[in-house]
Design a protein around this ligand. Sequence first.
Ligand code: ATP
Length: 270
Amino acid sequence: MTVMQHTPSTSGALIDFSAHASSLEVRDFALRYGDKPALSNLTLRVPRHRVTAFIGPSGCGKSTLLRALNRLHDLNESVSREGSIHLEGQDIHAPEMMVAELRRRVGMVFQVPNPFPMSIYDNVAFGLRLQGRMPKRRVDDVVEWALRSAALWDEVKDRLRASAWSLSGGQQQRLVIARTLAVGPEVLLLDEPASALDPISSLKVEELIRNLKSTLTLVLVTHNMQQAARVSDYTAFLQDGELVEYGPTDTLFTNPRLARTENYITGRMA
Ligand SMILES: Nc1ncnc2c1ncn2[C@@H]1O[C@H](COP(=O)(O)OP(=O)(O)OP(=O)(O)O)[C@@H](O)[C@H]1O
């Protein structure tokens, strides 16, 4: 039986969730910076072990929503919010949800690669060491596994003690992904992860994203329509802080339900 979820609000969101359970669920979520609304009336589910892209014009709230998913707004005192966000059914703002644990489970990768000023090995081992003492052999194994998972091992296995800053931009971004993977996240949030990279490095990161979904749920913010079409299974189109349309990427790009979506993806709206 096919179960369709029609999200409340005026959005054109219609997704068949019968095949996959959701990993994250955003319910009636709103966020303001001071007096200025950035997100309103947002309800959506992020399917588990799939890639979901957030697209929309500059300033529509894509990054704000992504950051809300691992509570990166917590330290911004001007931010107020309503509604809730759930990770595997748990309210991420509940008192028992430790923010460090949330961020281990929901990792974040930013536009500009941000390796720490230390060796390649130490970058990947960093989060593991924060979790407590672990035998060196075990750390070695996890570092190798994370670098292999990030498709970087073959390029760095002979220079693990070299500075992370000696890597190219594309390699640095894959190193940051390896660092995030090493602590065993369930969800990876990617905020324009390839937009600062050259085309070949960008394609490598895209391939990596596609491969990682066998074990992870991925959420990708991108301005690049071709990238969203190549990489994602589902796409959410936001405008003015609202969810306009959300559905399977193929359908959204080839047969959008709403004119606003079509205008955006065909480039009639910046
Ligand atoms: N820290 C902040 N303080 C105040 N306003 C902010 C802050 N961050 C974002 N905004 C505002 O919130 C709105 C949404 O911004 P956001 O960065 O989420 O949009 P976006 O869709 O990711 O944009 P872009 O594609 O340009 O990165 C914009 O009007 C922006 O100016």
